[in-house]
Design a binder for this molecule. Structure first.
Ligand SMILES: [Zn+2]
Ligand SMILES: [Zn+2]
Length: 374
């Protein structure tokens, strides 16, 4: 049975421990999609993937970038991406990316920026601003579904699998992506997989470094959030070596590496998986040729669900739709949408609106950050 119980979505950091949230409102939401119907508001929350790494990640924690730094690096990336599209002769995309997040409506008290609304969003997969917004949508879409799935299947445990694909000389991004997806498809059809896992949520990560690209090779990983039927004692050395053997077999002897990481904090685990769906490439390292290859992936999904979990997602969405139709009540966000004239939640001064282009917003944010230090 699938039940939809959340009619009220409490949006505050207490509900999402470990995930840093910041309100950000977007004026251009593209097509009216499910999220709007679900939240019945134009307010979205940004999830910062850099702070939502799995606890098991050994990398040292990055210090939080200042708002001005984040705005500036995104601005630089968008400018470069726009130029690369222009080099490829795609003036339409170049103009869209250039226009994206170039002008803002800002709600501020003079000391804090409480909201910033971009007047235009390009929805390009590689755009750093649009990618983080897409990540938020996926997070808020899948988090309640996973929770419902786990409460119906309390014996399942959640793991993060990293399936690494060995590089191949002369392979394009598209070929590399297809090869990894084919291997994963064969993997989830195996008896070993079905005995161990009830389903998964998959994302793909590829990185292009100038070095690997010069060699004609691409660094490709599959990141899977899997629902494991086995007890932790059953996931012993024998099981793991069997798993490795199956992975090697389904990838036709090409891929040996796989990593299994238990997920202790679901929100962090999910945010981590989604990071790979949304993570734009390092645009500063990208050449026009690289971009051309990445563009070939345009219609390819970088995100998928499998197995029993896939069926559950479908049933959940259907039940959700019916529940909404019956009730005719839209869920509401408890956080009130701040507007000009309200008091700033951080200092209680009145909030007012300013309109400014991105360059001015970066300077404005820097001024505020400087004032705060003094
Ligand atoms: Zn954009
Ligand atoms: Zn303030």
């Amino acid at each position: 049975m699938v039940s939809v119980s959340n009619t009220t979505i409490r949006v505050n950091s207490a509900v999402f421990p470990g995930v840093r949230l910041e309100p950000e409102v977007f004026s251009d939401l593209g097509k009216p999609g499910k999220r709007e119907a679900y939240f019945n508001t134009k307010q979205y929350l940004r999830v910062f993937p850099e702070s939502a790494k799995s606890e098991n990640t050994r990398k040292p924690k990055k210090t939080k970038k200042l708002l001005s730094q984040r705005l500036n690096s995104r601005y630089q990336s968008r400018t470069r991406l726009s130029r690369l599209y222009s080099e490829l002769g795609n003036q339409k995309k170049s103009a869209r990316v250039n226009k994206c997040s170039s002008f803002f409506n800002v709600l501020t008290c003079g000391e804090h920026i409480q909201k910033r609304v971009a007047s235009f969003r390009c929805n390009n997969r590689l755009c750093p601003d649009c990618a983080s917004r897409r990540g938020n949508r996926l997070f808020f879409e899948y988090e309640p579904i996973i929770n419902a799935y786990l409460s119906e299947n309390p014996d399942l445990s959640v793991l993060h699998l990293v399936l690494t694909q060995a590089q191949k000389q002369g392979e394009t991004v598209k070929q590399s992506h297809k090869r990894l997806r084919a291997s994963i498809k064969r993997l989830v059809d195996r008896k070993f997989w079905k005995d161990s896992f009830a389903g998964s949520l998959n994302s793909y990560e590829f990185t292009i470094s100038t070095r690997t690209f010069a060699d004609g090779a691409i660094h490709y990983h599959g990141h899977l959030l899997v629902f494991c039927k086995l007890k932790s004692s059953q996931r012993d050395k024998d099981w793991l070596s069997k798993f490795r053997a199956v992975w090697l077999a389904v990838s036709k002897g090409e891929n040996k590496n796989l990593r299994v990481v238990p997920v202790t904090n679901l929100q962090k685990g999910l945010a981590e998986i989604l990071t790979y769906v949304i993570k734009p490439l390092d645009i500063q390292k990208l050449s026009a040729v690289n971009l051309f290859e990445v563009e070939e992936l345009h219609k390819h999904k970088m995100f998928a669900t499998t197995g029993d979990f896939h069926k559950f997602v479908k049933a959940y969405r259907k039940a959700e739709k019916e529940a909404q139709k019956e009730a005719e009540i839209q869920p509401t966000i408890e956080r009130e949408t701040l507007k000009a004239g309200d008091t700033c939640p951080d200092c209680e001064k009145p909030l007012y609106e300013l309109q400014m282009p991105i360059k001015q917003l970066i300077i404005f944010a820097q001024d505020i950050e400087r004032q705060r230090k003094e």
